[in-house]
Design a protein around this ligand. Sequence first.
Ligand code: HEM
Length: 393
Amino acid sequence: MPVVNEDHGRLIRLDALYDDPYPTYFELRGRPVAYVPEAGRYLVARHADVMYVEQHPEIFSSAEEDSLITRVMGSTLLRKDGCPHMRERKAAEPALRPRVVRNHWKPVFQQISDELIDGFADRGEADLFVDYAGPMAALSLAAMLGFRGVSADDMQRWSQTMMDGIGNYADDPGVWERAERSAAEVGAAVDETMERVREAPDESIVSAMLRGEDPIDVETVKSNVRVIIGGGINEPRDAVLTAIYGLLDNPDQLAEVRADEKLCAAAFEEAVRWVSPIGMYPRQTTRETELGGTLLPKGARLGVLIGSANRDEAVFEDPDRFDIRRGSRPHIGFGGGPHYCLGTWAARAQVGEVSLPNLIRRLPNLRPVGGTETRWGGWVFRGPLNLAVRWDV
Ligand code: HEM
């Protein structure tokens, strides 16, 4: 018999989730789905329950009411269901297909990675967050969008300030102002790009969105570019840092990767499972329903914890361990339903085939800097906040 579950969620604190969500996730997986007042959401922690949500989009809608994403970025594919969602997804999809990624974007990623490493290789030490992972993800995404002459700093500032806006539940006017300014600057960059690709279409996302069989209007193109900038930089950045951290922390696995570069693809997948860069995304119920032993009312807001599902001991053996030899059990770090990450193949190529192997190849005897602790933060988005390394020069 399902219950309306409002008890143990009261004990959960969001600042504890920010510091280290995994002990709380472990407890959540052992109980019925819990309402967490501080988050204003039911948190869905078990792998089976997350999969159920993904497989029933008619009950668990992505079109959340009063979404702050819509306030900051405009109307985007991420907060739509059914045909309107598919129409916008299809418009962007040609630019991110596996073949286009392999033939067109992978060499672009390689050039960006080489130029960044050229800039610091003779220094012998770096913080890979600042010097490599952040700019690599930002410049790769700028290229895929079709932007020219936009710096890594601009891309990262746009992404960060718009994401701060999405989390601005405190209604801080300064945060709104910075988010709105970035949204306008992205709009201007899209205008410039559109002018160029109308004359000379190319492989970029903006070009695809304008040229498709069923092209979408200019305002919607801008909104979707904003959401892609909000969500397409920090995930590859965090995944490459997590993979390097995991390898440096497990020298036997690092040795295997050095001996066979192709294992970088497995290291990337394991990083996305182990510390999922998107740890939580929202859904809202379209009717009363039962989930994981709890009765949810119509309109209930959910936090779908893929960061927890990817550590579910019912699916993954010894789930807290980073292990590139884990094998075939698929993680759900890219989601699992109609909103399955459109950038999956681009991210695999960018991180698993270029950023990670290039770094290990070009920086001999890569090692952590003794005494410098790597800090981690976040649960909605999670990753290392710094990663100090040395190598032989
Ligand atoms: C390690 C890297 C990445 C991870 C782990 C990741 C993860 C995810 C997840 C979990 C979702 C589903 C969100 C939801 O259902 O609410 C998503 C959606 C999406 N991702 Fe990614 N992502 C990554 C990289 C990228 C990149 C590089 C791009 C762009 C080039 C991108 C573009 C998108 C888009 C457009 C969607 C929305 C798809 C839709 O609504 O149909 N992602 N991503």
